[in-house]
Design a protein around this ligand. Sequence first.
Ligand SMILES: [Zn+2]
Length: 189
Amino acid sequence: MDALLPATCDAITYARAYTERLGWPVAPGHRYRPRRGCTCGVPECPTPGAHPPARWTVATRADELPEEEFGQPGVGVIAPALGFGAVTLPRAIGMMAMVSIDRRMRAPCLVGPDSVTLLVQPGTASVLGSVSAATVLTGAGEWLALPPSHGMRWDTPPWDERTGHPLALPHGHSLVRDVREAVRIGSGE
Ligand SMILES: [Zn+2]
């Protein structure tokens, strides 16, 4: 596969990259429709397109991806927290944590309209659950909307942008200090 993703917001291309490169199961989410809102029908949906429908089935291999659904305009790409663990922070605090983490390592993270999400090794996110303001996602029951879902973008993608090889995910423990410090400064404690 090409190292670089084509300059596209194509959900199927991303879904393939997630399953093929990283082995992450993914599913189609709701759809974001300009001026008509989210297909969930909630007029003020806070995350248009970037959340799963009531019933959703994940594909674990690229050849299982429902191409037609992923081909719909504005469709979200949803991943259960199986191939990774995640910790979501309010945007300003998350940005601060990202800056200090960036000095030491390249840790995959994504930015949403109000939040920053840091990815860690599967099963290691719960150590961050003790940090106030942090929301931990871990296991099959939790999910994350991935780019190109509406409003979501990679700050550091989970693969090397030159080679396409997956980046190593950090252990949750290795981020605790940065996240605590960012929360402390961000909340003026
Ligand atoms: Zn919605």
